[in-house]
Design a protein around this ligand. Structure first.
Ligand SMILES: Cc1cc2nc3c(=O)[nH]c(=O)nc-3n(C[C@H](O)[C@H](O)[C@H](O)COP(=O)(O)O)c2cc1C
Length: 283
């Protein structure tokens, strides 16, 4: 049961809590600030973070869960922009292990991301067992190779070539991927020493959005730590083709919505290239 109360002796009636609460829990009562429908609180913690007088007591946020910080400690906007521009998918990884502290910071950055209705229901699976990472690759290659066999089937090929030229054009690439893997070269997970899988409960309306926001937080943290990362879209596509299979093999309860290959880089990018000219509509 959620309990929220306002200490009226401390309250300075600034109205922040009334205006900031997404659930309309705070209101001006006859004798000062009051609360209603506490059980609808989504637990975002905005009220206790915003109150300048520390007048709000919230059962989800005892004192040790409220942290004061200085805005002066924020990186400058130019620094943030440099990080955004400098973050690249770095696929050239070494066999050096990523420190546990760095991995923890990357995962923390991911789970600090916002979630719709503050559900915080993402599942984070960090794989550091190299055998398991290889299993992810072999699952991915196997899944795509089965499709490749179907695409290149003598009867089906002329039709797929005509109707799905882009998919058909993938055949030589899938052949190369498999042949290289058999020679010991993993072009799916590269030399990643870790993989972060972000999954959401089956059927969650905002599972993919939540997971990908978490991904981006984590990728910026990885970049700032000097850890190489890239999005494992190929693996994600395979999990969608064989619904639930990889999750089952890895003991993941939900549905994989984003995946990140992680490793220490062989080199760090010190140049960025421009994207296609920015074009946006302002209305
Ligand atoms: C949804 C998504 C899927 C991706 N899948 C892969 C992948 O399977 N393998 C890979 O090496 N890179 C993958 N990438 C990385 C993109 O190729 C990369 O982000 C893009 O080329 C831009 O380069 P940058 O990340 O260095 O800015 C993926 C990126 C996204 C957003």
């Amino acid at each position: 049961m959620i309990e929220i109360s306002v200490n009226r002796d401390k309250c300075i009636k600034c109205g922040r809590c009334i205006n900031i609460c997404p659930d309309l829990i705070f209101y001006k009562g006859e004798n000062g600030l009051a609360t209603q429908n506490e059980q609808t609180c989504i637990g975002c913690g905005h009220c206790v973070s915003a109150c300048p007088a520390d007048a709000i007591t919230h059962s989800l946020f005892p004192q040790d869960k409220i942290h004061k910080f200085s805005l002066a400690d924020y990186p400058a906007p130019e620094q943030i922009m440099t990080l955004i521009k400098g973050r690249r998918s770095n696929r050239f990884m070494s066999s050096q292990q990523i420190s546990e502290d760095m991995l923890k910071m990357i995962v923390e950055a991911a789970y600090r991301a916002p979630t719709a209705t503050n559900s915080q229901n993402l599942e984070f699976t960090l794989i550091t067992d190299i055998e398991k990472i290889r299993e992810v690759t072999s699952f991915t290659i196997e899944t795509f190779y089965n499709i490749r066999k179907l695409l290149a089937n003598r009867v089906v090929a002329p039709i797929t070539k005509l109707l799905m030229p882009k998919t058909f054009a993938m055949v030589p690439m899938l052949d190369r991927l498999k042949a290289e893997f058999e020679k010991g070269n993993d072009n799916v997970m590269r030399k990643a020493t870790a993989m972060l899988i972000i999954s959401a409960p089956k059927g969650d309306r905002f599972g993919a959005e939540n997971a990908n926001l978490a991904y981006q937080n984590a990728s910026l943290m990885a970049e700032s730590l000097g850890v190489a990362q890239f999005y494992t879209g190929f693996v994600l596509s395979a999990t969608r083709l064989k619904k639930g299979e990889l999750e089952k093999r890895l003991g993941i309860k939900g549905v994989m919505c984003a995946g990140m290959a992680l490793g220490m880089p062989q080199f760090r990018f010190e140049k960025y290239t421009d994207r296609i000219d920015i074009d946006f509509t302002q209305i």
